[in-house]
Design a protein around this ligand. Structure first.
Ligand SMILES: Nc1ncnc2c1ncn2[C@@H]1O[C@H](COP(=O)(O)OP(=O)(O)OP(=O)(O)O)[C@@H](O)[C@H]1O
Ligand SMILES: [Mg+2]
Length: 230
C-alpha cells in the first residue's frame, strides 16, 4: 500500500529576480513500511520537500496524498489537525519546549489535540528510547542524544502515518548518530513505521531501503538498496 503519493510537486519562492524554483515537478510514491533516505547538495530542495510532506509548508502546485488524503487541498485548520494526527516531524535541533519536562514534551501534541495520552504507548516509547529515569528532566538537563530521543518519542505518540526527519543526527557525534538511526530503524522494523529521513551522511543513507537523490529541485536518482546494507 502506498502511504505517500506525490504528483508534479512544484515550489516557487519569491518572484522576478529573486525567484527560486525549489522543487520542479517532483513525483514519487512511498510504500507503507519503507525507510527512505533523501540526499542531495545544499539548497537542492530537500527540506522544502520534507516541509511540504509534513504539512508545515504548502506547494505552489501539485498533489501530496498521505494515507489517501491530498493535504494540498486541506484548508489551514484541517491541515493543522491532519498534521497533528498523521505526521511525526523530527528536526536537527530537537525543537523541544524548554519549560516542559520530558513527559510533558512527549504528550503535548496529544493534549493539544484534546485527547488523553495513551499511557501504554508512552511507557513503551520511554522504555525503548531509554528515557525512563529522565521523565521529569527539562530539555536543558539532557544531552543532545537524549533530547533527540525525546523528539522521536514526541513524534511517535500519535502513531504517525509518516515519520519525517530533517538531518536528525546533524547536531550529534558519531556514536549518538548511530544510536538515533538504529532507533529509527527499530521502530521501522518492529512497527512497520514509514520513515523518510534527510541526511548528508552517506553511511546513514546506505542503511536505508531506498535512496532518493535530489539536485536542483529534481529527482536525479531513486534507487532501492533493500536488504543490501540494512
Ligand atoms: N523561505 C524561503 N524563501 C526563499 N527561498 C527559499 C526559502 N526556503 C528555501 N529557499 C530556497 O529554496 C532552495 C531549496 O532550499 P532547501 O532548504 O529545501 O534546501 P536543502 O536541500 O534542504 O539544503 P540544505 O542541505 O542546505 O539544508 C534554496 O535555493 C533556498 O535558498
Ligand atoms: Mg535542509
Amino acid at each position: 500500500m502506498n502511504i505517500l503519493e506525490i504528483r508534479d510537486l512544484c515550489k516557487v519562492y519569491g518572484e522576478g529576480e529573486t525567484r527560486v524554483d525549489a522543487l520542479k515537478d517532483v513525483s514519487f510514491d512511498v510504500e507503507q513500511g519503507e525507510f527512505v533516505a533523501i540526499v542531495g547538495p545544499s539548497g537542492s530542495g530537500k527540506s522544502t520537500l520534507l516541509h511540504i510532506l509534513g504539512g508545515v509548508d504548502v506547494p505552489t502546485s501539485g498533489e501530496c496524498r498521505i494515507a489517501g488524503t491530498d493535504i494540498v487541498k486541506l484548508d489551514e485548520s484541517k491541515l493543522a489537525i491532519f498534521r497533528r494526527r498523521n505526521i511525526g516531524l523530527i528536526y536537527q535541533f530537537y525543537n523541544l519546549i524548554p519549560i516542559l519536562n520530558v513527559e510533558e514534551n512527549m504528550t503535548l501534541p496529544i493534549l493539544l489535540d484534546g485527547k488523553k495520552p495513551d499511557r501504554t504507548l508512552l511507557n513503551d516509547l520511554v522504555e525503548k528510547l531509554g528515557l525512563k529515569d529522565r521523565l521529569s528532566h527539562l530539555p536543558n538537563q539532557l544531552s543532545g542524544g537524549q533530547q533527540q530521543r525525546v523528539s522521536i518519542g514526541r513524534a511517535l505518540m500519535n502513531h504517525p502515518a509518516l515519520l519525517l526527519a530533517d538531518e536528525p543526527t546533524g547536531n550529534l557525534d558519531s556514536e549518538n548518530s548511530r544510536e538515533i538511526i538504529s532507533l529509527l530503524r527499530k521502530f521501522n522494523k518492529e512497527d512497520n513505521q514509514t520513515v523518510i529521513i534527510i541526511t548528508h551522511d552517506e553511511k546513514i543513507a546506505l542503511t536505508a531501503d531506498r535512496v532518493i537523490t535530489i539536485e536542483d529541485g529534481i529527482i536525479k536518482r531513486d534507487s532501492k538498496t533493500e536488504g543490501v546494507m540494512a
